[in-house]
Write a protein that binds this ligand. Structure first.
Ligand code: PEP
Length: 252
């Protein structure tokens, strides 16, 4: 059983104009000069993918925040996986809680988007996470493990699947779960993956997301079965994001 390299991924959400390209150049330089013991990914808005792809060189991968479940057709305003692949994206985030909430995306929709992403050879980063009400009701483990089971496509492999556990109440709030709660959830997700993929389940990275910053990254990333981070706010500035990447210098 070989664990893959950890992944620290940035989700810029609906942030970034053309001028933000300077942050990618800076991030690329930081990784180039100092090295990184994890893979590094930025998922900018669709409008910046092409520009950033040209500037990120070999050190920062560029991915997408969402895709349509269909390959083409009459879907005004949507973006297909072929279009993203065409730009060079190797990763596509699906099922972010903001998509699930703002666009009523069910597990079935997330599953269909992951199918589309994987069908063109990109890696689907499948997001799951409970609301504060679900956690307070003691349902967090059930909710999240059900999301994982239902959102992973039947044809998924350990090579084209990443899970991101992001408690909804931790996103953009400055609050994080206790280390014990993070470990409990990541272990539970790994159990679901073991049932599904057997011994190869350890090849799948399980990212933690929700208010990760340089000051808490080491503690969170050192937890068993946490294989990287999905980062929102702290990924917008190269220096902040590199502080999170550097947490892996001590974790190995
Ligand atoms: C996210 O949007 O995926 C996220 C984790 O945001 P933040 O890091 O800002 O909490």
């Amino acid at each position: 059983m070989t664990a893959p390299k950890a992944l620290v991924a940035g989700n810029w959400k609906m942030n970034g104009l053309k001028a933000a390209a300077t942050e990618i150049v800076k991030l690329n330089d930081l990784v180039n000069e100092n090295g990184a013991k994890c893979d590094v990914l930025i998922c900018p808005p669709f409008t910046l993918i092409s520009t950033l792809m040209d500037l990120s060189a070999d050190h920062v991968a560029i991915g997408a925040q969402d895709c349509h479940m269909n390959m083409k057709g009459a879907h005004t305003g949507d973006i297909s996986v072929d279009m993203l692949k065409d730009l060079g994206c190797g990763y596509i985030i699906v099922g972010h809680s903001e998509r699930r909430a703002d666009h009523s995306e069910s597990n079935d929709v997330v599953n269909a988007k992951a199918v589309a992403a994987q069908s063109v050879g990109t890696i689907a980063i499948i997001c799951v996470g409970e609301t504060i009400e679900e956690r307070q009701a003691g349902n967090a483990l059930n909710v999240v493990t059900s999301q994982v089971t239902a959102s992973i496509p039947a044809g998924a492999t350990t090579e084209n699947t990443i899970i991101a556990y992001e408690p909804v109440w931790a996103i953009g709030t400055g609050h994080t779960p206790t280390i014990g709660d993070v470990e409990e959830m990541h272990n539970a997700i790994r159990e679901v993956l073991l049932v599904r993929f057997g011994d190869k389940a350890s090849d799948i990275n399980i990212l933690y997301g929700g208010s990760v910053k340089a000051s808490n990254a080491h503690e969170l990333m050192a937890v068993k079965n946490v294989n990287g981070a999905l980062v929102g706010g702290a990924s917008l500035k190269a220096d902040d994001f590199f502080g999170i990447i550097s947490a892996y210098d001590e974790i190995g």
